[in-house]
Ligand binder design. Structure first.
Ligand code: FES
Length: 111
């Protein structure tokens, strides 16, 4: 596993939703209700860029068809039967870091 710096500490004072790259992956970095989240940036429904969506009551709302994904668990709303990946995110003195696990680490954790 590896931690990647994705934003400077200067971004920490307000709520935001932005697209970042870490370990070759496109992610949404979100600060909402004083909490940080990192989730995949591609909507599983039809591929929209979720960083162009909005946050609403702990969920990320897709800009295309308004599917909703829980920012903590990645689960889609009831009836969607889909999810987005979530990533560990940490605020450190010099910025925000996201943990990206290798394919094998993710595979091993499933069994
Ligand atoms: S592309 Fe996201 S809900 Fe359809």
């Amino acid at each position: 596993m590896a931690w990647y710096k994705v934003a400077d500490a200067a971004n920490l004072s307000t709520s935001f939703l932005m697209k970042v790259t870490a370990g070759g992956k496109q992610l949404c970095l979100v600060k909402a209700d004083e909490k940080l989240y990192a989730v995949s940036a591609t909507c599983p429904h039809a591929g929209a860029d979720l960083s162009k969506g909005r946050c609403e009551e702990g969920k990320l709302v897709c800009p295309f068809h308004r599917y909703k994904y829980n920012l903590s668990t990645g689960r889609g709303d009831l009836g969607q039967n889909d999810f987005i990946r979530t990533y560990a995110v940490e605020q450190r003195d010099d910025g925000i870091y996201v943990e990206i696990k290798s394919f094998f680490e993710n595979f091993r954790n499933r069994f």
